[in-house]
Each structure stands twice: as structure tokens, then as C-alpha cells.
Design a protein around this ligand. Sequence first.
Ligand code: ADP
Ligand code: MG
Length: 256
Amino acid sequence: MERRAAIEIRDLRKSFAGQEVLKGVSLKAHPGDVVAVIGGSGSGKSTMLRCINMLETPTSGEISIKGESYTMRPSKDGGLEPADRKQVQRIRAHLGMVFQNFNLWPHRTVLQNVIEAPVHVLRVPRAEATARAEALLERVGLIEKRDTYPGYLSGGQQQRAAIARVLAVEPHAMLFDEPTSALDPELVGEVLSVIRDLATEKRTMIIVTHEMAFARDVASHVIYLRDGIIEEQGNPEQIFGTPQSPHLKQFISSVK
Ligand code: ADP
Ligand code: MG
């Protein structure tokens, strides 16, 4: 029997104001896969990631999470929209997304950020959520900052808090959108090492990144997106060792 994909995208298209930015993207991530997505600015990487949790709605195509497809219906703008808001909430509750700019709630402490979704969305009792959050903060090296507000943390600390917040919902899959690109260079390593550690746990992850050495190291599969199309994909040795497309060759040498 075919293994059920953790995330499957079939022929995803997305247009903004008539401009097609995803032109038929298909991909499958099986449980435990770490998929790195690379590509130049504007190639559609964020849009693809945002469609997976319906932060953007596809113009056409199908997306399924753990074998369950989003139920879609035609929207007024000629694209699609989710037909079942409850389904989106349910699927999204266990899809953790880590953004470039951390997106922590500024008026909540680190601990409050981490327990927010477990307590208010997943209805975990507060004491239990707190105990688990503390263990996660321990893990990402932030336990001493549990009562600190995000504004008093470095970018690297904020991003590690954001990762703990995602882990707190026991995600089926984690989506990272350039998690280190807003960081000062000296803070990149501490965040990558937390993600690297998660990758060894056989978690399903899709990571958009410009850190090529990191992608080569942690990814089981690499996708090169160019102009809304997967121009090349393969294992890290193929993509970084023997790239075929001239654009990919050029891209790799430009970001190294
Ligand atoms: P990447 O993450 O690879 O840099 P994006 O997915 O952010 O690329 O963007 C792909 C293209 O879609 C870009 O040309 C961008 O300007 C456009 N785009 C993204 N989001 C929107 C939006 N909400 N409205 C209009 N255009 C958008
Ligand atoms: Mg982007």
C-alpha cells in the first residue's frame, strides 16, 4: 500500500490580480520527510507554503494533509475558497508555521505565547499546557526567558520561542518560511541548530531557506522553484552536487 502523504499538493496554481505566480506545482512530503524549497525572490515559495495552511487560497489545484483534502468551492474572483471553515481550522491547528519575522504576540510573555494555542484552540488544561511549554522552552534553550516579552529578546531568541510555540501544538508538519533570513548573521546558527535537531526526530518539515549548506545537510528532498514552477528537484547530492538546470547552477553559485 502506498504510504499516506503528510502533505500533498496537486497541480497548484495561484494568481494575484490575473498574474499567475504558481503555475502548476505538485509535491508530496511523506511522514518524516524534510523538504527544502529553494529559489530566487518572487519565485512563489511563500505563496506555496501559505496555500498549504490556507493563508492563501489556490486559484486551482488540490491540497491534502494526512490524506484529507481541503474541501473547496468556486470563489467570486474565479478561483477557489474553502467550503468548510471548520475543516480549515481543524487542519491548521496542527500545521505549525514559522515565519521570517517571528510573529510572536508582543504583549504576551514567551510562556504565554507558547501556551496560547494549546489552551485556547486545542483546549488543553492550562497547567498541563504550561508544564509542556516549559519542557519545550528548556529544549530550545529559553527557559530563563519564560516571563520575558518578545521585545526584550534577540531575533534568534524570538525565533526559538516561535519554534517552541509551534511544537506546542504537536504539529503533524512544520512549515518554515525563511526562518533565519531576518536574523543578524551571528544569530543564524542557534536557530538552525534547533531546526536541525528537529529534523533528526523524523518530523515532517517543509523549509524555505537560502541557507544552502543547511539545506544540503538536513533535507531529504530539495525543490528548486523558479517562476512558479518546480524547475528541478531531487536529493541534496543531486541538487547541490550535480544540478542540471542552468538557472539552478546559477542560483546555487549566487547564494553560496
Ligand atoms: P518568494 O517567497 O519566492 O519570494 P512570493 O510567494 O512571496 O515569492 O511571491 C511570488 C509572487 O507573487 C511575487 O511576484 C509577489 O509579488 C506576488 N505576491 C505574493 N503575495 C501577493 C499578494 N498578496 N498580492 C499580490 N501579489 C502577491
Ligand atoms: Mg518568501
